[in-house]
Design a protein around this ligand. Structure first.
Ligand code: ANZ
Ligand code: ZN
Length: 831
């Protein structure tokens, strides 16, 4: 209902009364269910997904960026006529809640639910709207039952398996970690340096999908940076596996190389300390004890350090030799700290002249060197070599391959080896299987039972969920809390009914978050993990918004899950997220905003002081959303002033609107306003569509306000035209600062929510801009002129200038070194 303005100060309210307005509209949106996805609608669908938060104590303005960006998009898409699905939930299992339980004695369930309540309030106060009827919370049995069910599906397909392995151990979190959770050798959660342990653990076979996950053609709308990070993480290497032969036993020792062209330069071989041949070749020999000590020492060094180029090379001779299959040469077999067991075969043919690590090692232990790739100028010599030569060159000392350029030799030598049966083309990945078991309490229990008679037995589907017991002892003793909980551990075998023990590890919380976006379609369903038909209708997610810190972890795991679910027949698409937007971080005092740095800005005091529309607007205006930005409390004030000015200006228009009449023909001044209005529609729309350029969209709205308020100072513009301009301003501003706009929209005489108003289209005729003359210089001299619209982008001007016939006669046959463009005026080409 369009209520009449209440005059509180005898005339009009000069400042935007956000304290009354904001809660009112928040309640209205909720009550009207404006953000509820309509399952019966025939409108086109738009799934707008924001990464669901971990319910930590409180969100700061840096977190807000993610939700506010997503909220603007959801509102915009609704106005564009989409049936929008914008759900929210909680990534509610995890270590911080458990650590709080240990430190402060608060049960993780209690602190988690309290935090959820608090954060929900914060999201509400930001004016972000979600379809709360679809809320999912990963720590509830209703949810983790299906996480466990998915584990069983993986297990059935041999995609979940248990093995003894060298694993990452975080001493402070007292649990193992997946490789993805080790960032520069430190724990992703707590930054503690990670150590290595030999443990039996559960893995998901993500490597089975390594090759498919490298194909990112179907995820075109992802930032290149994320795609590159994923493909580097998967790390595909093509090369050759060459079979060397143990001199004394004739046993084959395969080794993987990307440089088969250097095979004639292999002067020794190294084994990883974990390689089974190490014990085999030294057992019972005089080197046995020393070798055992060496191996033990190296195994303690964490694997990230071992893989680093800075590692001080160390090794020990086994006393044995291997035969190089191409020339039957006998070369010594060493064990070295820089060889790792998890890559290739764990054995490396060492070519010290062309591999830096081998070079350092050979120099240290005085092993022989032989140049096999000569520099094009022939200047490479062993006497003067100070580092390995790793660039291209021509083969020497390589028998029938001498004189061949080495890229060609890679192919030719491999062909020849394949013919001779001494080697074959091979592919290796850096990606390792995903370690999913955790020795922690606050996670989904792995649904497995161990029976002395039947071995490892999966819990039958009908017995799910395996409940996480509430009464547990959190005291840190080095053993996981579940392992100490007798009532949990002791069970009966589902197969033979005899006494059995439950698996006491829980799943990595990244398992929970790998599938939550499917569950939003049928969050209360207790019959099935999700509704396949609905999921196939709504997914892939049209737009995913979240932090780039998940570039590998969550996003890689979710892609893997989707592919497995597709192979199980539960979904019919290959990729979960069609478009991805990764927002930059909010910094304060030059550092990423975070509790540990003590530089967090809580949103509530700012909302209290300026209103949430201002906080939202500033969050969006602070800079290009994909980049990091420095938060400045004082700059918030600027956005506050803008909104107040918008409020007053629109109110002034409202005052005059009483006399509004239809305008048949616009005068010149009115046409100018009309032009600015339509320009603004175009700019704001293009900026939103073009990858979230909300900051420049807001700048355009600020210009429109200037135009409008200037127009108000005179009398040439008739009220109807002013009203049109003000209405457009309010509608275009509404996704950014929705509360104030909802209020103004009523004052402007409308009864429905701005969310129901179709997004305006610009009139192409109104925005035809003037043309201007562009001068083209070549090396500073004017050579040509052409006309172009004033707003032609730089790249376009550059192209037009280079294609100009007269310009071409000056640039023909020359190299263009540089092109300078002064938009709207000049292009200077340097040749
Ligand atoms: C001989 C050689 C000569 C190599 C040369 C390089 C340069 P990427 O590109 O990462 O796939 N390598 C193979 N297995 C290894 C292991 N388990 N531990 C440590 N190093 C290993 O690297 C492949 C190269 O890494 C292989 O090619 C091998 O060294 C080494 F001039 O073989 B190369
Ligand atoms: Zn049994």
């Amino acid at each position: 209902m369009a209520e009449k303005r209440i005059n509180t100060d005898g005339g009009r309210m000069r400042t935007y009364p956000f304290r009354e307005i904001e809660p009112k509209w928040q309640q209205y949106w909720e009550e009207q269910g404006l953000f509820r996805m309509d399952p019966d609608s025939s409108k086109p669908k738009f799934y707008c997904l924001m990464m669901f938060p971990y319910p930590s104590a409180e969100l700061h303005v840096g977190h807000g960026r993610n939700y506010i960006l997503g909220d603007v998009l959801a509102r915009y898409k609704m106005m564009r006529g989409y049936n929008v699905l914008a759900p929210m939930g909680w990534d509610a299992f995890g270590l911080p809640a458990e650590n709080a339980a240990i430190e402060r004695g608060i049960h993780p369930a209690k602190s988690t639910w309290e935090n959820i309540g608090r954060i929900k309030g914060q999201l509400h106060r930001w004016g972000t709207c979600y379809d709360w009827t679809r809320e999912v919370t990963s720590c509830t049995p209703e949810y983790y039952r299906w996480t466990q069910w998915l584990f069983l599906k993986f297990y059935e397909r041999d995609l979940a398996y248990k093995k003894m392995a060298e694993v990452n151990w975080c001493p402070s979190c007292a649990t193992v970690l997946a490789n993805e959770q080790v960032i520069d050798g430190a724990c992703e959660r707590c930054s503690e340096e990670v150590t290595t342990r030999q443990l039996e653990q559960w893995f998901f076979k993500i490597t089975e999908y390594a090759e498919e996950m490298l194909n990112m053609d179907t995820v075109k709308n992802w930032p290149d940076r994320v795609k590159i990070m994923q493909s580097n993480w998967i790390g595909r290497s093509t090369g050759t596996t060459i079979n060397f032969v143990m001199e004394d036993t004739g046993k084959l020792v395969p080794c993987f190389t990307t440089r088969p062209d250097t095979i004639f330069g292999a002067t020794y071989m190294v084994l990883a300390p974990e390689h089974p041949l190490v014990e085999e070749t030294t057992k019972g020999t005089e080197i046995e004890d020393e070798m055992r000590r060496f191996v033990e020492r190296v195994r303690k060094i964490n694997r990230f350090e071992r893989a680093s180029a800075q590692l001080e090379k160390e090794g020990l001779f086994t006393g044995k030799y291997v035969i190089n299959p191409v020339n039957k040469e006998r070369i010594p077999l060493w064990v070295a700290n820089y060889a790792v067991m998890e890559y290739g075969s764990g054995a490396v043919m060492a070519v010290p002249t062309h591999d830096q690590r081998d070079f350092e090692f050979a120099k240290k232990y005085e092993l022989p060197l032989r140049i096999v790739i000569q520099k094009p100028d022939g200047s490479l010599s062993l006497d003067t070599m100070e580092e390995a030569y790793v660039d291209e060159g021509v083969l020497v000392n390589s028998e029938q391959f001498d004189g061949m350029p080495n890229p060609e030799a890679i192919e030719k030598i491999t062909d020849w080896m394949e013919q001779e049966g001494i080697g074959h083309r091979d592919v290796n990945y850096r990606l390792r299987d995903w370690l999913i078991s955790r020795q922690r309490y606050w996670g989904a229990p792995i649904p497995i039972v161990y029976c002395d008679k039947c071995g490892t037995v999966p819990v039958p589907e009908d017995d799910l969920p395996v409940f996480l017991p509430e009464e547990v002892d959190f005291r840190p003793t080095g053993e996981s809390p579940l392992a100490r909980c007798k009532e949990f551990v002791e069970t009966t075998c589902p197969t033979c009914n005899g006494a059995a023990r439950r698996e006491t590890d829980t799943m990595d919380t990244f398992v929970d978050s790998s599938w939550y976006y499917f569950r939003y379609l049928s969050p209360q369903d207790d019959e099935q993990v999700f509704d396949t038909d609905l999921v196939n209708e709504w997914l892939p997610v049209n737009q995913y918004v979240g932090g780039v810190e998940h570039a590998i972890l969550h996003l890689l795991y979710s892609r893997f899950f989707t592919k497995v679910l597709r192979d199980i027949g539960l979904v019919d698409f290959d990729e979960p997220f069609e478009s991805l937007f990764t927002q930059g971080m909010i910094c304060k005092d030059g550092a990423k905003m975070s509790k540990s740095k003590g530089n967090v800005v809580p949103p509530d005091p700012l909302i209290e002081r300026y209103g949430t529309d201002t906080v939202r607007l500033y969050t969006l205006f602070v800079g290009p959303p994909e980049r990091d930005a420095e938060w400045n409390d004082r700059a918030v004030e600027g956005c506050y002033r803008f909104l107040n000015r918008a409020w007053r200006t629109v109110m002034d228009v409202v005052d005059r609107s009483e006399e509004a009449d239809t305008v048949d023909e616009m005068n010149e001044k009115e046409r100018e306003i009309h032009r600015v209005v339509h320009w603004t529609i175009k700019r704001v729309t293009d900026d939103i569509e073009d990858n979230f350029h909300f900051n420049t969209a807001i700048a355009a709205l600020m210009e429109l306000l200037n135009t409008l308020s200037a127009a108000l100072s005179g009398n040439e513009i008739r009220p109807a035209v002013l009203n049109q301009a003000a209405s457009t301003l309010v509608i275009l501003l509404s996704p950014f600062s929705p509360h104030m706009c909802e209020e103004l929209w009523r004052y402007l005489g409308h009864e429905e929510s701005t969310l129901k108003e179709p997004w305006p289209e610009h009139d192409p005729e109104a925005v035809v801009s003037e043309e201007t003359v562009i001068v083209v210089q070549v090396n500073g001299k004017v050579r040509s002129r052409f006309t172009a619209p004033v707003d032609t982008p730089q790249e376009e001007l550059q192209r037009l200038a280079l294609d100009d016939e007269r310009v071409k006669s000056y640039t023909e046959g020359k190299t263009v070194r540089n092109v300078f463009v002064v938009p709207g005026r000049l292009v200077n080409i340097v040749v």
